[in-house]
Design a protein around this ligand. Structure first.
Ligand code: SF4
Ligand code: SF4
Length: 147
C-alpha cells in the first residue's frame, strides 16, 4: 500500500480545509512578538516584548477568538497574505510550506506533540516580557536577532 502523503505536501495553501490550515500553526508565538520597522530600509526587527494577551505559561493567546477586537493589528493570516508578508519568522510553517519546504521534525504535525516546539527552543515560552512592562520607546533596547 502506498504511503500517505501529508496534506501540506499534497495540497496548496488554498486547497487546505480550515482545520488543516489551523493545524499548520506550530504555536511558537513568534508572531506575537512586537516588531520595529526601520523607516528607511523597511527592515523589520523582532523584540522580546510580547503582546499583553499572550499567556507565556500556556504559550498561547488568551483572547484568540476575539483577538481582533483587542488588537486590531493582530495578524489573521490567509493564504494570499504569504506573498505580501516578509516578516514571518523562517521557522513559521505557513512560510515554509508557501516556499515549498517540508515541515521540520519538531513541528507538532510531525512529532505529534507541541512539547517539541519548546524542546527545540522554537517557541517564545520563558523568553519574553509583556508589553505592559516595557514602554514602547524602550522597545529598541529589546531587539533580538536570533529568530
Ligand atoms: S509564527 Fe507562524 S507558526 Fe508560529 S505562532 Fe505565528 S503563525 Fe503560528
Ligand atoms: S492578540 Fe493574541 S494572537 Fe494577536 S498578537 Fe496578541 S497574543 Fe498574539
Amino acid at each position: 500500500m502506498a504511503a500517505k502523503t501529508h496534506f501540506w505536501k499534497s495540497k496548496t495553501l488554498h486547497e487546505m480545509s480550515r482545520d488543516e490550515w489551523e493545524s499548520l500553526c506550530d504555536g511558537c508565538g513568534r508572531c506575537c512578538l512586537q516588531k520595529l520597522e526601520d523607516e528607511d530600509t523597511g527592515n523589520v526587527f523582532y523584540t522580546d516584548v510580547v503582546c499583553q494577551y499572550f499567556d507565556e505559561d500556556k504559550c498561547s493567546c488568551t483572547v484568540y477568538k476575539d483577538r481582533h477586537k483587542h488588537v486590531p493589528a493582530c495578524i489573521w493570516l490567509q493564504p494570499d497574505d504569504l506573498s505580501q508578508i516578509d516578516w514571518l519568522p523562517g521557522t513559521c510553517a505557513y512560510k515554509l510550506v508557501y516556499e515549498g519546504n517540508d515541515l521540520p521534525e519538531w513541528h507538532p504535525l510531525i512529532s505529534g506533540t507541541k512539547e517539541t516546539v519548546h524542546a527545540a527552543q522554537i517557541s517564545i515560552k520563558n523568553k519574553v516580557i509583556s508589553e505592559l512592562l516595557v514602554p514602547e520607546e524602550d522597545w529598541e533596547d529589546h531587539i533580538i536577532d536570533n529568530l
